[in-house]
Design a protein around this ligand. Structure first.
Ligand code: CO
Length: 330
């Protein structure tokens, strides 16, 4: 069995000057501050300190060997999505990062795999780009969990998900552009509070809208960070569904009955949370995901799963690799 870390991020070492290319606006760029270290910038603001593993495949492979990881699936950071820009600019941007991702993977195509990004504000362009990327070797696509005010149950977004299902392209949903930012200016509260809420919101938008009643059962859909607040609050949602008709109006079945329609990664950072998550989702529906090499990722990838006292060896094997092999058709 191969151990697969299905949620990791990359940043190319350099990319074209996007502000110059598109005639202005705030675009991300890399400020290389010292050997092996850089600051990811947005316009003239610091966004996140990053290090060499983001862009150097040799360093990624060294860390994978150190942690006993056979295969890494990497995706861009949501900062690069450009969903709020013009669709043709975001399309161009997606092509650039999708091609640069494959350059990193080319260092060892058996061990480094990539998810594409798409200009999700334009569904036709997104379908076109995800098909191109899949043909070129991407093993799936990463999308943000919303586009402006549109949640995943938006008609266009459902069309995109259907397109992915029809072409057997796996989808990772990553929270981004977090709600309530004005009230969370400090302490990374947007990452700690709003991100898990965003992911829960996305899952519930698909369940309570009845979208899963129409979306193909072939769709392979995974939510990052253990699905955020979803598993812990599912009892609240079921209770509400039983007692309030406004929650049942578009959702014919008990919300918890839809947990067989999607997957979650294991990035929850506590034994108790991982046990709860595995109990709620089932051991076939949790995939090892570390969020490395970013600072909020698991520092020794796989430790949380491997050292869990409650999971059986069989469950650990599934979470560490078997589930991901099937999810990504590896
Ligand atoms: Co992430």
């Amino acid at each position: 069995m191969s151990v697969v870390d299905m949620h990791t991020h990359f940043l190319p070492k350099q990319w074209p000057n996007l502000a110059k290319k598109f005639g202005g606006g705030e675009w991300p760029w890399m400020h290389h501050t010292e050997p092996g270290k850089a600051m990811l910038m947005l316009g003239d603001k610091d966004f996140r300190p990053v290090y060499e593993a983001c862009w150097n495949p040799a360093v990624r492979l060294e860390e994978m060997d150190r942690d006993g990881i056979d295969i890494q699936v990497m995706c861009a950071t949501p900062l690069l999505f450009a969903y709020a820009k013009k669709a043709n600019e975001a399309h161009e941007c997606a092509k650039i990062f999708n091609d640069l991702a494959l350059d990193i993977c080319a260092h060892d195509n058996n061990r480094l795999k990539a998810l594409a990004q798409v200009p999700l504000q334009d569904i036709d362009k997104s379908c076109e780009e995800v098909s191109r990327a899949a043909k070129n070797g991407h093993v799936g696509v990463q999308i943000g969990n919303h586009v402006g005010d549109k949640n995943l149950d938006d008609e266009g977004l459902v069309t995109f998900l259907q397109h992915c299902a029809s072409e057997n392209i796996s989808v990772l949903v990553h929270p981004w552009d977090m709600l309530g930012g004005n009230r969370m200016p400090k302490y990374m509260l947007q990452w700690l509070v709003a991100m898990p809420a965003e992911t829960q919101l996305s899952i519930l938008s698909l369940i309570l809208s009845g979208a899963f009643e129409h979306i193909s059962k072939d769709l392979k859909l995974c939510f990052a960070h253990g699905g955020g607040n979803f598993a812990f609050q599912l009892g609240r949602v079921d209770n509400a569904w039983r007692h309030r008709d406004i929650i049942r109006q578009d959702c014919p079945n008990l919300p918890s009955s839809y947990t067989d329609r999607f997957y979650v990664d294991s990035a929850v950072f506590s034994d108790e949370s991982l046990q709860l998550l595995t109990n709620v989702m089932g051991e076939d529906r949790v995939l090892l995901g570390s969020d490395s090499p970013f600072p909020l990722g698991e520092q020794r990838v796989g430790t949380l799963v491997r050292e869990n006292k409650a999971l059986t060896d069989k469950a650990k094997q599934k979470i560490l690799g078997l589930n991901a092999m099937e999810f990504f058709n590896l």
